[in-house]
Design a protein around this ligand. Structure first.
Ligand code: M6R
Length: 612
């Protein structure tokens, strides 16, 4: 989704803004723009449609724009097509107010009507121009910048992170947010603003998190924060410890491949977070044994790949801890008036911790009185801050839009949470728990082995570039993993793909299978293997070309039938998804790279989906 940056200090602003925007490119965008207050006081705005590089070229790396304060934006179109007119920053009449915005102003149409009746005119299709002119209207009416922003906050519905410059207030940038991410960084004689930490990490590690409905006033010598009633509030910065290099490509051609290769370490780091002397310790998470014992049901809510990790967790939790688990898409949960029972724990899984639907689902669960556990990767994100308990996955910053290492970390979190519940509820023996724990500890080396043998998959992927349709099938956890394999492929290769529970295929979908249709069967669950193999035989006899991802010990059941097999090392069935996902990620990556597509920034997608 859109990326926002801001800078006020002593350096030339435009190069800083452009560099910040380049660090936010991963969020997804289709146009970009910056506004810089020139030395004469006038605010210059430059915008381009398309890649950020065009804006960099147009402004000669920012050197063509003079001035030491400014704001910038990469836009992911919601209202109005991606073009230069709709790109941000937006400007009020006479250039008095210049604004960038991430989010959606839901009642913009009604506000626009009101502003039209007051004589305002509009040049774009955006809700952001309406926001700009609403602030201009209030500024004109009430005379104070803080008051204008306060009135704006009270008047609009929806989500926003805004950064605003007022032409007649040369030494300040104002910012406010509700349900869209934005952080402020304090450097020496400089203050930075961004949608995400990597954009400012080069300059400062001291980061302020702005809460909903708070206003920040940035000046060269510092930043002040206000409540919506304009009372000043005190805030302490959080010191960011992770390395800026963690958000760089480090010699890899794409972030996605770098992140795929980081998975052994991600597994180790996530395991070490809670595993002390081979026992799972939830002290840091705060989830007590008492609360675990009192938990009668679990509902998992999430979106996209995080939802797929939730589907795996459902199988593992029900199998190990014998607690009924329901897993649901956050976008459905939030509106379907869910019925939550006493003793229900709602688990929200999210890499970014800012996904609009997941955040809304969390709030709905809290409103209904449920206890909430967030499984989140980004420290200090909204979901992490608002949940009762937080399990931080230790994937580090994930830049590629298609998640790999964060999904892997979510799987690990799911295993560890399930094991903890099983141990506390005494639904598995100590020996069984120890065997799974040992299996988890072996995963990093096994993933490493799979990664070192990726050339075969690369060669196979080269033959797949012309493929039009792919079906992923499996049963149980293999079905859960098929969902992720299918999403991974379609989101970065633009090949149509679907995932089906293998047993469901013959209830309709098999009519699509014809000579050459590619079917990928996932077979890691011994108890279900023969059933899935039968389903594979069914598609094979209708002409399908079959790729099998199978556990070593199950290979004899499938190798004679499949056209291409990928073997994964033996492990406990509950955690096999962590191995089988690796070839699926690699396959998607190589197909996309072979097709010459933008692997890290696939079309139409955003890393963090902060609007509905
Ligand atoms: O940040 P979140 O984990 O909440 O994001 C959820 C989905 O938007 C995300 O997993 C998405 O499906 C990815 N593009 C998948 O690769």
């Amino acid at each position: 989704m859109c990326g926002i940056v801001g800078y006020i200090g002593k350096k030339q602003a435009a190069p800083v803004l452009l560099e910040g925007l380049s660090k936010l490119e991963y969020r997804g965008y289709d146009s970009a723009g910056i506004a810089v207050r020139g030395n004469g006081g006038k605010i210059d705005v430059v915008k381009t449609k398309g890649r950020l590089q065009l804006l960099i070229d147009k402004t000669e790396n920012g050197n063509a724009l003079f001035g030491t304060s400014g704001i910038g934006h990469t836009r992911w179109a919601t209202h109005g097509e991606p073009n230069e007119t709709n790109a941000h920053p937006h400007v009020s009449e006479g250039g008095k107010i210049v604004l960038v915005h991430n989010g959606i102003i839901e009642n913009y149409a009604e506000i626009k009507e009101k502003l039209l009746s007051h004589g305002y005119t509009f040049y774009s299709n955006t809700d952001t121009e309406v926001a700009t002119k609403l602030i201009a209207y209030y500024y004109e009416k009430y005379g104070g910048a803080l008051e204008a922003i306060e009135r704006f906050i009270l008047r609009v519905r929806g989500s926003y992170a805004i950064a605003v410059m007022f032409a007649d207030l040369p030494d300040r940038i104002y910012a406010a947010r509700k349900d869209s991410p934005m952080i402020i960084g304090a450097g020496e004689d400089s203050v930075y603003l961004a949608s995400d930490v990597p954009a400012i990490l080069k300059y400062t590690r001291n980061v302020y998190y702005i809460e909903n409905l708070e206003i920040a006033v940035m000046e060269t010598d510092g930043v002040r924060f206000y409540n919506v009633d304009r009372t000043e509030i005190e805030k302490m910065p959080v010191h960011i410890t992770w390395d800026a290099e963690a958000a760089e490509k480090g010699g890899y051609e794409h972030f996605m491949m770098k992140e795929i290769c980081e998975q052994p370490k991600v597994i180790t780091d996530t395991v070490n977070y809670v595993l002390k002397d081979k026992k799972i310790d939830f002290t840091e998470i705060g989830l007590s044994d008492k609360l675990i014992r009192a938990t009668k049901r679990i509902t998992i809510v999430a979106c996209g790949s995080a939802y797929h990790a939730g589907v795996v967790m459902q199988y593992v939790m029900e199998g190990l801890a014998r607690i009924p688990v329901r897993v649901e898409l956050a976008s459905e949960f939030r509106y379907r008036k869910p019925i939550l029972e006493r003793g229900e724990l709602v688990v929200v899984i999210s890499q970014s911790g800012e996904t609009a639907d997941s955040l809304a689902a969390l709030r709905e669960a809290k409103r209904l009185g449920a206890k909430t556990l967030a499984v989140v990767n980004v420290l200090g994100s909204s979901i992490a801050r608002e949940a009762d308990f937080v399990f931080y996955t230790k994937a580090g910053p994930e830049i590629a839009v298609a998640t790999t290492k964060a999904y892997t970390a979510q799987l690990i979190a799911g295993y560890l949470i399930s094991l903890k519940f099983a141990v506390v509820k005494k639904t598995i023996s100590e020996a069984a728990s120890a065997a799974i724990t040992d299996g988890i500890l072996r995963l990093p080396a096994q993933v490493e082995a799979l990664l070192s043998d990726r050339e075969r998959i690369q060669k196979f992927a080269a033959k797949m570039t012309g493929t039009k349709d792919v079906f992923f099938i499996g049963r149980g956890i293999d079905y859960a993993l098929s969902l992720e394999g299918s999403l991974k492929l379609k989101e970065i290769s633009y090949i149509h793909s679907e995932a089906y529970a293998a047993g469901e295929l013959k209830h309709g979908t098999i009519s699509l299978v014809e000579e050459g249709t590619l079917v990928c069967g996932v077979i890691t669950q011994e108890t279900l293997a023969e059933k899935t193999v039968s389903n594979i035989v069914e598609v094979k006899s209708r002409g399908a070309f079959v790729v099998a991802v199978a556990a070593q010990n199950l290979l004899p059941k499938i190798e004679k039938i499949a056209d291409f097999t990928i073997t994964i090392p033996e492990t406990a069935p509950q955690i096999a998804a962590s191995l089988a996902v690796i070839p699926l990620q690699l396959l998607s990556y190589y197909v996309s790279a072979n097709k010459g597509l933008d692997v890290d920034k696939p079309r139409n997608l955003a890393k963090s989906v902060t609007v509905e």
